[in-house]
Write a protein that binds this ligand. Structure first.
Ligand SMILES: Nc1ncnc2c1ncn2[C@@H]1O[C@H](COP(=O)(O)OP(=O)(O)OP(=O)(O)O)[C@@H](O)[C@H]1O
Length: 854
């Protein structure tokens, strides 16, 4: 292949060595490496080597897990990858035809068609455009859509953003495919290939659509000028930081990690100072201080997190056909307590059929359908949309059926079109008025309020039409108003300003059935303690009726215009207490999601259209059905199973299972580690010698870490799946501190036993062995008694850990790391301490379950 595959270099799955090197950048690893360095500097070779082993083992495990996860995520992404619509000839003689091809197969010279919601598959120079606006936020950071239009001279940047087709172009539409100058290709000229270098202002070029951007509205046709690594996106050395919001995962797992890292960094100086002040010890305690800090680290956290999430995601894909594209999103799904959904295409099928066409007085009138269909036909044709949107398609189907001449009844000489745009909620076609030379007819259709606002009507007429539309909407119908206007032909391009002083023609009402699985899905979400909110661009009446039909009480429906004046705090309150929000623009939907998140809700958003894009980006978890437009699928973290909204419930359950696994691991590891650290510090100050040698602390750590890998294979209990599971660092740490203190009490009781049993406190090796054994036994107990799930072989693993604790000091390895056999009298007393500890742990775990503490 001459140009290679059209894939961004960054999109390729990184190789194992690269993933390994990347895992070294983990903050825990960095701190461990720093501690190993400190140990090396003071020639504490044993400590340094054990830490190095810990680092290598945890990084290798993590890299293997991540590499597997990356590969399977790439495989899963592939399943929902977007395609591009190109014009190609099958053979050199054949006529060019429009076809969908994988984005990777796009080559320079291909002619690509763009429609709302499409991702730009490569860098394109526009040949034609109609009302085309692009989201370029990924390239420029600018969130408002920018207009794109072809210019004769690529350098002529002052051309206005027109939404116009020349009459010749319009008439030639049907011949367009035959005339299109393609082979697989369009003859690229030097100017195309001479792409300007370097400066970001390239992105301002109106005639070029850049890979990395997506179509906000309108349509266009362009020739590919660069693919893969040659695109401006791939070559840009400075792109704006992708402002991915901080998600629930960042706040919980990362939040806990950073608190721990601060503790780890503080521990060595504190241990040194305390030992110096109270025991007069000097730098010789440094290896011990380092070991204590290492003892606090949950080294396996990244491994457990990656493995748990990757296993959850691949099971979800296999069993439920739900694709999780960004692994931490699975954890976030478990924490979601509010799900916002758009209505059309998510709760309804988005396969509307015409119900009736009425004039302004409510009398059936086929001419209203005629003009609505004329608008649909010409906005779709002139905009060269690869496919009509569902409302337009329904109107065209109805017209074909209703009028004897079928679609021929709609043939006019069309001049221009302003395609539908979810912000304006209108579409306009401009026709050469038949038999009136020099006059144009504007045919406007759209949301009732927006069309009426542009019509010449008395207050009475306006009120009557609004009432009629409300009645139709309350019946669950989707209502569009149709209006006309005649204008003298001026030769200047048509703009939105021309849609004024219209004459109302009437209303068309369409029926859209609710999605088959929507009612069951809403009930399942409510059962799981998730609040559902509907955010739609549609009429409040239609939205309320659809919700009622699905068993969701709409309450008072809030319209977007009514909350524009509210500040964020007021809106957050309103958003919290209301269920349905109608007439929302894309920005309204995003604002609602944002204020809900700022109020502390973990918010998922399910949407399928371009109008949902800002809200998808603003949410904690962006979710879409597989039929969603390209850019929604690209933005989404989770793509649901085809036509099955109940798969959202399965995804939530899988999310809660992973979050519960991670929470369980954190509680067990951290409480155990914290207990050990508190006990060691206290004992260190009371004893004339170190309570454990650094190498012993680290070996014990290694054994515990290895045992904990079992947590990645645990299944949660049903109780853990009942409610949203948000890990809040403060709550996690409070519960960890409680169990940690309990653990430290058991350790210190053992310390007392040891002082008694190993009567000669100078018999350090026996003392160390006693404490080593007790530590691993208490850790085994914690694993069994504090776990929140089932399976995963935890009891067996805990058994092996306990045996290691009992037997290791007796093996040749014992003396090697400074341990000796213990007197037999120690064991019954140790059993007593453990029994008391187990009883206290049970009570604590019951209490934590009752109070819902993680
Ligand atoms: N092709 C179209 N031509 C003219 N008007 C349209 C067209 N499509 C939608 N509308 C009008 O614009 C309104 C808003 O459309 P938008 O696509 O933003 O949301 P929606 O499809 O109604 O609902 P949701 O936000 O739930 O997907 C619609 O309710 C309808 O009145």
């Amino acid at each position: 292949m001459r140009y290679g595959e059209n894939v961004l270099p960054a999109r390729r799955v990184p190789s194992l060595p690269i993933v390994f090197l990347r895992s070294l950048r983990d903050p825990f690893t960095a701190v461990l490496a720093a501690l190993a360095l400190v140990s090396t500097l003071v020639a504490a070779w044993a400590t340094a080597s054990v830490i190095a082993v810990l680092v290598v083992v945890s990084c290798a495990l993590r890299a293997a897990g991540e590499h597997r996860a990356d590969r399977s995520a790439a495989g899963l992404r592939e399943l929902v990858a977007s395609t591009a619509t190109v014009l190609r000839r099958a053979t050199a003689e054949a006529a060019p035809a429009s076809r969908e091809i994988p984005v990777g197969e796009v080559v320079p010279g291909d002619v690509v068609r763009l429609a709302p919601g499409d991702l730009v598959p490569a860098d394109l120079r526009l040949l034609r455009a109609t009302g085309l606006t692009m989201h370029q936020a990924a390239l420029t950071g600018e969130s408002a859509p920018v207009a794109k239009y072809p210019v004769d001279e690529p350098s002529a940047r002052s051309a206005p953003p027109v939404a116009r087709a020349s009459p010749a172009e319009a008439r030639a539409y049907d011949r367009g495919a035959q005339e299109c100058p393609v082979e697989s290709a369009y003859a690229l000229d030097d100017q195309d290939l001479d792409r300007p270098e370097g400066c970001d202002q390239d992105f301002d070029r109106p005639e070029v659509c850049f890979q990395g951007s997506s179509v906000a509205s309108g349509s266009g046709t362009g020739v590919v000028i660069a693919t893969g690594a040659d695109t401006r996106f791939a070559r840009a050395d400075r792109l704006p930081e992708h402002d991915r919001r901080t998600t629930a995962f960042d706040r919980s797992v990362h939040g806990v990690s950073w608190i721990l890292i601060r503790f780890m960094l503080l521990t060595p100086p504190l241990v040194l100072m305390a030992n110096a002040a109270l025991r007069g010890r000097g730098l010789e305690t440094l290896p011990f201080a380092v070991a204590v800090a290492v003892g606090l680290t949950p080294e396996m956290l990244p491994v457990i997190v990656t493995t748990t999430l990757a296993r959850g995601a691949s099971a979800l894909a296999r069993e439920r056909r739900v694709i999780v594209k960004r692994l931490p999103a699975l954890h976030d799904l478990g924490a979601v307590d509010v799900v916002c959904l758009d209505k059309t295409g998510t709760l309804t099928q988005d396969r509307p059929v015409l119900d009736r066409a009425l004039d302004a007085s409510g009398t059936p009138d086929d001419s209203v359908l005629h003009w609505a269909a004329v608008n649909s036909l010409w906005t779709v044709r002139l905009a060269e949309l690869p496919s009509a949107d569902a409302l337009d398609e329904a109107l065209l189907d109805a017209a074909e059926e209703r009028f004897a001449e079928g679609l021929d009844a709609l043939e006019y000489d069309a001049v221009a079109a302003l395609p539908f745009d979810p912000v304006r909620r209108l579409s306009t076609a401009v026709l050469a008025t038949p038999h009136r030379l020099g006059h144009h007819t504007l045919v406007v259709k759209g949301a009732v309020e927006d069309v009426l606002e542009r019509c010449l009507l008395t207050d009475d007429e306006r009120a009557r039409t609004t009432e009629l539309a409300d009645r139709l909407a309350a019946d669950g119908l989707r209502v569009l108003a149709v209006a006309l206007a005649e204008r003298p032909a001026t030769g200047r391009p048509f703009t939105a300003q021309d849609e004024r002083g219209l004459t109302l023609k009437g209303l068309v009402a369409l029926r859209d059935a609710t999605a088959d699985t929507a009612a069951a899905a809403l009930a399942a979400l409510a059962d799981r303690g998730i609040e559902v909110k509907v955010l739609t661009g549609d009429h409040p009446g239609t939205a309320a009726r659809a919700c009622r039909d699905l068993g969701l009480a709409p309450g008072h429906v809030v319209t977007a215009a009514s909350f524009d004046a509210l500040d964020d705090t007021e809106l957050a309150e309103l958003a919290d207490s209301s269920t349905v929000f109608a007439r929302c623009s894309p920005a309204h939907k995003a604002r609602l999601v944002r204020v809900l998140r700022e109020r502390g809700h973990v918010t998922g958003f399910v949407g399928d259209g371009v109008n949902d894009l800002p809200a998808l980006r603003a949410s904690d978890v962006a979710i879409c059905p597989p039929e969603a437009v390209d850019v929604a699928r690209e933005t989404a973290d989770v793509v649901l199973a085809a036509r099955d909204l109940t798969s959202l419930d399965h995804a939530v359950v899988a999310g809660r299972a992973s979050a519960a696994g991670i929470a369980g691991y954190l509680r067990i590891t951290l409480s155990s580690n914290l207990g050990n650290v508190i006990a060691m510090l206290t004992a260190g100050l009371l004893l004339p010698f170190l309570p454990m040698l650094p190498s012993q602390v680290l070996v014990q750590n290694l054994c515990f870490d290895a045992a904990q890998l079992a947590f990645a294979y645990e299944r949660p209990r049903a109780a853990a799946l009942r409610l949203p599971l948000a890990l809040r660092p403060r709550e996690v740490l409070a519960s960890v501190t409680g169990f940690g203190v309990l653990n430290a009490a058991a350790d210190l009781a053992t310390f007392a036993v040891l002082v008694w049993a190993v009567s000669d406190t100078r018999a350090q090796p026996a003392f160390h062995a006693g404490w080593f054994t007790e530590n691993l036994l208490t850790q085994a107990l914690v694993m069994v008694l504090l776990r929140t799930g089932r399976g995963g072989g935890i009891p067996t693993t805990a058994g092996v850990l306990a045996l290691t604790g009992l037997l290791l000091p007796l093996t040749p390895l014992g003396p090697l790391i400074g341990m000796a056999a213990l007197p037999l009298a120690y064991y019954p007393l140790l059993a007593l301490v453990l029994a008391l500890y187990a009883a206290a742990l049970r009570r604590g775990a019951r209490l934590a379950r009752r109070t819902g503490t993680p």
